[in-house]
Design a protein around this ligand. Structure first.
Ligand code: ZN
Length: 55
């Protein structure tokens, strides 16, 4: 097995941050929503979806 790549990637549901998996899949809580890599969720957050301070 080649272990050069960092496989510490974690996947989470955008709707359920408490759902964390170390491989892509479906969220058990929504019953089918795709899990998203956590760094992408972070990126979404940093992009500032709610920039107006609405929440
Ligand atoms: Zn979910």
């Amino acid at each position: 097995m080649i272990n050069n790549q960092k496989s510490s990637k974690k996947y989470s549901c955008p709707m359920h941050p408490e759902v964390v998996s170390n491989e892509p899949g479906k969220c058990p809580k929504c019953g089918g929503m795709n899990l998203v890599p956590m760094d992408e969720i972070e990126k979404e957050k940093q992009r500032g979806k709610h920039k107006g301070g609405c929440c």
